[in-house]
Design a protein around this ligand. Structure first.
Ligand code: AMP
Length: 609
């Protein structure tokens, strides 16, 4: 059995898994035939865990216990504006965790965000295992180029909880460029425009025939995506309904959920057709308890009008990124579209107009990232592979020094892996320790940036007050994970930390979650076996029911025949009564009995007929 590394695009709204097969990456469809799986997790009243399409299907009736867009929360602190923004927008409960982190309450249990993501990863792992027919334990997982260290580490934790060894984390645009350049033997400078359900990313890259894929520059907006387009449609529908009936549909959670689904559906339809109808019967009752319906015609031009500024925002970021990279539009030789939202005609038009060329067709915007991850996975397994990925750090890294100013050590968009040192002088105050705060961000006031970690450089000479010279070295490895070392140039004393040791989850917490995930994986398999057995009982029952009248007609004349028929009826009745059992073994016994009856019936019919 060949070892395989799967590539997983763990998206805000949809996830996708691919694997290298005989040198070519393929996207794997789940049992339902879908190549993308909604990034949704729900727990039913009976305590059953649902992931993907089945979770999405029940979201309207179980909104409070259905989690989506967890990617917007991963690796973030509870008290952050981003988390606050998400809290105001989702029906599920977000609570503060023990490490100032974010937790999600579903029914009576509180889950960490990596745990929720791990349920999605487990599902993608299971989809791949079903297809390959053997266990998979290694994966390359993609993250937005913009993800900071904490978000990357939390994604890695999610992999660990799911029982997956995440052998590499790569940026989504890099993965897209890999899939685009795969086997093409080209040298080109390309833009990867990625507008997904929750985030927008734009990356400029160099794709080379030597197998080197280099990110020149990357930027984006983590709070701009398809959901914002949906929200515009919802607002438009709600306002229309309000002016007609004087009722605010936003007050009704169920109505809002139905509006959300209808808005997204209409948006997607308008990528294909120029007009559609939004039709939501019995959306709410009037003050006089009459059932009210929402029905409106919606055109592509209306949609384009109410979302024009969102598209424009992405274009402004494209312009800024070009400027940051010191490039002209004409120097971009191809544009790769990624993310479901790039199917929207006005998005394609705006991109084409801005760059002055048509975006490249032929790479599937929903699948291209997973394919790239699978290509990278296969390359990592194969020692001989020549592919080298060169990513850049999405944020400036540095330390906060005396007076709260932020001092840069590694500038934004530096190629990783990298290592850089800088000497700082700091005031000693006669103390023997210096505190070093490691930060990520572009703001000159340290406080405005993200604190990655801190440590004390101890044992400085305690002589008279004066200045201490400290050499700080930052290392970033291929996964984008940072470690920092500080050295007192006076005494030669060194201290270092790996910043990612400060993940939001402790080792013990992760261990508990891993156990929990494993027992769920077992439960899932058992549940599947139960479903298969139940299905088989049903098929046999249907088959026997079809044969029954014929058999009865043929043998009812003899005592022996009547006896056999009675017996068969008992077998059938017992099996019917046990259909709802949760015990697979009991069902298997029924299958045996039914199969005997079926054989006997077929024998009778066959002999006579
Ligand atoms: P992604 O995060 O890449 O899976 O993209 C999901 C987003 O793309 C969601 O907001 C979808 O509503 C949107 N989307 C998917 N298909 C289409 C389509 N045909 N037209 C417009 N938007 C779409």
């Amino acid at each position: 059995m060949m070892e395989k590394v799967i590539g997983i695009d763990l998206g805000t709204f949809n996830s996708c898994v691919a694997v290298g097969e005989g040198g070519t990456p393929v996207v794997i469809a789940n049992r339902g035939g879908y190549k993308v799986t909604p990034s949704m997790v729900a727990i039913t009243e009976a305590g059953k865990r649902l992931v993907g399409h089945i979770a999405k299907r029940q979201a309207v009736t179980n909104a409070e216990n259905t989690v989506y867009a967890a990617k917007r929360l991963i690796g973030r602190k509870f008290r952050s504006p981003q988390v606050e923004a998400v809290m105001g927008n989702v029906p599920y409960r977000i609570v503060e965790g023990p490490h100032e982190d974010v937790r999600i309450q579903i029914r009576d249990k509180v889950h960490s965000v990596p745990e929720i993501s791990s349920m999605l990863l487990q599902e993608m792992k299971a989809v791949a295992e079903d297809y390959l027919g053997h266990a998979v334990d290694k994966a390359v997982v993609t993250v937005p180029a913009y993800f900071n260290d904490g978000q990357r580490q939390a994604t890695r934790d999610a992999g660990a909880i799911a029982g997956l060894d995440v052998i590499r984390i790569i940026n989504e645009p890099t993965a897209a460029a890999l899939a685009y350049g795969f086997g093409k033997n080209i040298d080109r400078r390309v833009a990867v425009y990625d507008l997904g359900g929750g985030t927008f990313d734009i990356s400029l890259m160099e794709v080379s025939s030597q197998g080197v894929f280099k990110v020149i520059s990357t930027s984006g907006d983590t709070m701009l995506g398809g959901e914002d387009f949906d929200q515009r449609i919802i607002d438009w529908l709600v306002e229309g309904f309000k002016s007609e009936h004087d009722i605010d549909l936003r007050q009704d959670r169920m109505a809002l959920q139905r509006l959300k689904d209808a808005a997204e559906k209409a948006k997607c339809e308008l990528s294909m057709v120029t007009e559609t109808e939004v039709n939501l019967p019995f959306i709410i009752s009037s003050a006089r308890s009459e059932a009210l319906h929402l029905q409106r015609q919606f055109t592509r031009s209306q949609l384009e009008l109410i979302t024009a500024d969102l598209v424009e925002r992405t274009i402004a970021i494209c312009a800024q990124t070009l400027e940051d990279a010191g490039l002209e539009k004409e120097e971009i030789e191809d544009i790769i579209l990624v993310g479901g939202m790039t199917r929207m005609p006005s998005v394609q038009r705006a991109v084409a107009k801005f760059y002055g060329r048509e975006p490249c067709k032929g790479v599937h915007p929903d699948e291209v990232v997973a394919l790239g991850a699978a290509i990278q996975g296969a390359a990592l397994l194969d020692d001989g592979a020549e592919m080298i990925l060169l990513d850049v750090t999405p944020h400036t890294l540095g330390i906060m020094v005396h007076g709260g100013t932020f001092e840069e050590v590694i500038p934004q968009n530096s190629t990783v892996p990298t290592s850089r040192s800088k000497v700082f002088t700091t005031v000693r105050d006669g103390q023997t320790t210096v505190k070093i705060l490691i930060m990520q961000g572009e703001h000159e006031r340290g406080r405005e940036n993200v604190l990655l970690g801190e440590f004390q450089l101890t044992g400085l000479r305690s002589a008279a007050a004066g200045v201490v010279e400290v050499e700080v070295t930052f290392d970033i490895n291929a996964d984008g994970i940072v470690s920092v070392q500080a050295k007192d140039l006076d005494t030669g004393k060194e201290q270092s930390i790996t910043v990612t040791a400060s993940s939001d989850l402790t080792k013990d917490e992760i261990d508990i979650m891993v156990d929990d995930a494993q027992s769920h994986a077992i439960a899932r398999r058992e549940d599947e076996e139960l479903q298969v057995a139940r299905q088989e009982v049903e098929t046999l029952l249907a088959d026997i029911a079809k044969l029954f009248p014929k058999v009865e007609e043929m043998v009812a004349g003899s005592d022996f025949g009547r006896d056999a028929i009675d017996k068969a009826r008992t077998v059938v009745d017992r099996a019917k009564g046990l259909m709802t059992t949760g015990d697979t073994q009991v069902l298997r016994e029924q299958i045996e009995g039914l199969a005997r009856t079926q054989r006997m019936f077929k024998g009778v019919v066959g002999r006579v007929g």
